[in-house]
Design a protein. Structure first.
Length: 252
């Protein structure tokens, strides 16, 4: 479910909603970072700011989902979407996927406003919405096991657990947003997972040479097959190393 083998064009064709969300995040970050004046205005107008929400600026409950505080923040959230969101877009369909993503993100921002008492508290990022996707996956693991294979369930369970633990260990994290985004995704499980089918990997389109002779990239699958059992282990240890570096960096 989480191994991306599609080409760039196929990824956009198979998962248009995820592609648009990631593209919007990147374009908005470039604009807010590189365009003097207007970029700063857009960022500070859209940031989740408790005092502004108290004054009736309710768009701030939505706009932080599209904003990021730095290149590392943007890359991590975009990478998480590219890796974990496509399966849900296929399984749920475009409308349900958008509903889960924004419902979890908005719920995270609303609860942040009500729980965090500091009127000058500010936050940005799609993390609440992304944790909502993790929460939905966890609901699958416990109550809709037929929708997710065992290896994918183990991987998502580990990543979710690590993400929640790191929420409390790393500084400058919107803990409330992460937790309530996760809870919102989990709570939406009984509503959005009705009549949902399991994820089916999309076949890659064969490349065709100008002379009309087709080239099937899957012809080498037999040679590549021996690497497949190690891919999930590589991803797992990659995340473990990232977590370890994050913990170590916190003490220096």
């Amino acid at each position: 479910m989480f191994i991306r083998t599609e080409s760039f064009k196929d990824f956009i064709r198979f998962y248009p909603v995820v592609s648009i969300i990631v593209a919007l995040q990147v374009v908005i970050w470039l604009f807010t970072s590189l365009v003097p004046g207007w970029g700063e205005w857009l960022y500070y107008t859209g940031v989740g700011f408790n005092y502004g929400i108290e004054q009736g600026e309710y768009w701030r409950l939505v706009t932080p989902i599209f904003l990021h505080g730095g290149i590392a923040h943007l890359i991590f959230n975009s990478f998480s979407l590219i890796l974990f969101a496509p399966a849900l877009e296929q399984m749920l369909g475009k409308v349900k996927f958008l509903f889960v993503y924004f419902a979890a993100g908005i719920a995270a921002n609303v609860l942040t406003f009500f729980v965090v008492s500091d009127p000058f508290y500010a936050h940005v990022g799609a993390s609440g919405a992304i944790f909502g996707l993790f929460g939905l996956y966890i609901f699958m693991i416990f109550f809709e096991k037929k929708l997710i294979d065992q290896q994918s369930a183990q991987l998502i369970f580990i990543i979710s657990a690590v993400g929640l633990v790191m929420t409390f260990l790393r500084p400058n994290i919107n803990i409330t947003g992460h937790l309530f985004g996760f809870i919102a995704g989990f709570a939406l499980g009984p509503i959005v997972l009705q009549n949902v089918k399991t994820f089916v990997p999309r076949p890659r389109r064969p490349r065709v040479r100008p002379g009309g002779v087709g080239f099937d990239p899957n012809r080498w699958n037999k040679k590549r097959y021996r690497w497949q059992p190690y891919i999930r282990k590589i991803i797992f240890w990659f995340f473990i190393i990232l977590v370890a570096l994050g913990v170590i960096a916190r003490f220096f």
